[in-house]
Design a protein around this ligand. Structure first.
Ligand code: PNS
Length: 158
């Protein structure tokens, strides 16, 4: 049986923290789908084409990782695509309440899909897409915070 896991998110944009979770998660499963939510109520800075392009560029050396988009319920996407595990990163206790609620709700909706939490590497524990956008907006140095393509897009956007 092929173990397929999914790493869902907004990725607006992908950060080095996301990339670290992707690399580590890719070693735990046969195939990892990085899934970009396209119908979010959140107002995103980047279009989903831009977000996908940034992720694809960052994961080009990882053979068992692909990028997809999804809309609607995550668990429905999981069922339709034989995904057995949802990967989420935890940076700090402040992430936990929301993540636990989502994991429990997803479990209630679909018992066959497990949520697996990976703790963020300490060097990325302060990193978020929002904070990176703020730094970029004020022309701060983001080179060590996001993958190369995301850095280019951010510089261009602001
Ligand atoms: O990067 P984010 O914005 O924290 O990711 C949140 C995401 C995309 C994982 C979450 O909003 C999600 O799964 N949305 C899809 C709709 C859904 O299934 N909602 C019920 C979750 S309990």
């Amino acid at each position: 049986m092929t173990n397929i896991a999914i790493y869902p998110g907004s990725f607006d944009p992908i950060t080095n923290g996301h990339l670290d979770i992707i690399r580590r998660a890719s070693k735990l499963c046969d195939k990892l789908i990085v899934a970009v939510l396209v119908n979010s109520s959140k107002k995103n800075l980047f279009t989903f084409d831009e977000r996908i392009h940034m992720i694809e560029d960052a994961i080009s050396d990882l053979d068992n990782v692909c990028v997809k988009t999804f809309s609607g319920l995550l668990v429905d996407y999981c069922t339709q695509n034989n995904v057995s595990a949802i990967i989420r990163g935890l940076r700090a206790v402040s992430d936990f309440e929301y993540e636990l609620q989502m994991a429990q709700m997803n479990r209630k909706l679909e018992d066959n899909v497990e949520t697996i939490f990976l703790t963020a590497s300490t060097k990325y524990s302060f990193l978020s897409s929002s904070i990176v956008k703020e730094i970029a907006r004020y022309k701060g140095n983001i080179e060590e915070l996001v993958p190369k393509k995301a850095c280019e897009y951010l510089v261009e956007k602001f």
